[in-house]
Design a protein around this ligand. Sequence first.
Ligand SMILES: [Zn+2]
Length: 386
Amino acid sequence: MEKLIKNVTLNGERSDIVIEDGKIKEVTTDKVDSSSDVYDAKGLLYLPTLNDMHCHLDKHLVGEKWRSLQPFITLPGQLTFEKSLLETMENSVQKRVKIMAELMLQHGTTKIRTHVDVDPGLGLKHLEAVTLLREEMRGKMEIEIVAFPQQGLLLSDSVAVMKEALRNGADLVGGVDPGGLEKRLDSSLEAMFDLGAAFDKGIDLHLHDPGHLGKYTIDRVADLTEQTGKQGKVAVSHAYCLGMLSDDELEDTYQALRENDISIISSVPIDRPMPRLQSMINNELSFLVGTDNIQDAWSPYGDGDLLRRGSRLAEKNGWVTDEQLIAAYSYITSRSLEPVIGEKADFVLVDAQNIQQAMAIVPRREAVFAGGNLIAEKGELLDNCR
Ligand SMILES: [Zn+2]
C-alpha cells in the first residue's frame, strides 16, 4: 500500500515523499494527490535513521534503582565490580535488553551492533535474550550481535562458550585487551581469529590498552586480518592508543588498517584520548560511532541518543562549518542524507532548519519511521510498537 508523507523539509524546500512496500517510491515538490495513507510532516526536517555501532544492551541500569559507582582504577577491579553489580539487577535480562533497544529506537536508531556478555558462568543467558529481541524487532531495528567475553577470552576460559554463542546467533567474535588484560597478546588474538575462521564470522575487539601496547595490538590484528583474509570484516573498538601516539608514530599502523579495511569504532569519550578524527579522514580509514556505556557499571552518564553522540564528535573536534556539521552526520548513519528511490523508508523528522542545525542542537525526534511505518512520535515509541 502507498503512503504519503507530505510537507517534509528537504534541502530547504517542502517535499512530499511517497512510500510503497516500505521503500521510498518517489520524492517530489509537486503536490501529490493521493487518497492513500497520509502523514503531514508540517515542515519538519528529514534525516536518515541512525546506526549505533557499539553498545551493550545487556548491561545498563536504565529502569533500575540508583546504584553508586566506583572510580575506575584497574580493569580487573572494574570487571569484578561489574560482575557483582549485574548479580543484583532487578530487571530480567530479557526486560533489560528490550528497554535499551526501545530507548534507542525512539531516538531514531534503527541499526545497532551490540556486544553481549558470554562466559562459562553466564553461559548463553544474555545472548538468548538478545537473539529473541532481534526476532521481535525485525523490520524496526537491525541488530548485529558480538559474542563478548568481557572477562577475557582466555583469562575466563571462554573459548568453548564462545563457540556455542557463534553456533547460536552471534554474528561476530568479540574480545578485550589481549595484552593488558589477558597478558597473552598473540595467543588471545589468534584464538579470536581462529573462532572467526571456524565460524566464518567477523571480529570486533575492545582495545583500551594505551600507547605502544595498543599500537602493537592493532598491528597484530592487521597481520591476522591479512593472513586469514578477513579484510572488511574486522573492527577495533575504542583504540585509545590512536589518540595517544603521534601521526608519525602511527603511519605504518594507519597504512595496515587501510590496506585491510579495518574499521575503528569510538564512543567519542571526553575523559580520555580517542582516535583523531582528522587523522582517520586523512588516512581514509573507516570510522564509526557508538554510544557504548549508558548508565552502567562503568558510567552513570548516557541516554542512548546517537545524534547527541554525533554532536559531541563534531564539538570535540571543533567542527563548526556547515560542511563539517553535515559530514559529522555521516559517522552516525549508513544511509544517504537524502531519501533515495528504492531505499528502505527509515527516517526521522525533527524540528530543525537543516542537518547542520540538527547536529548542533540535537532536537527531539518528532517522528521515527522504520520501513515506512510510524513507530515513534514526540520522542516516545507508539504503544503498538512496544
Ligand atoms: Zn563496549
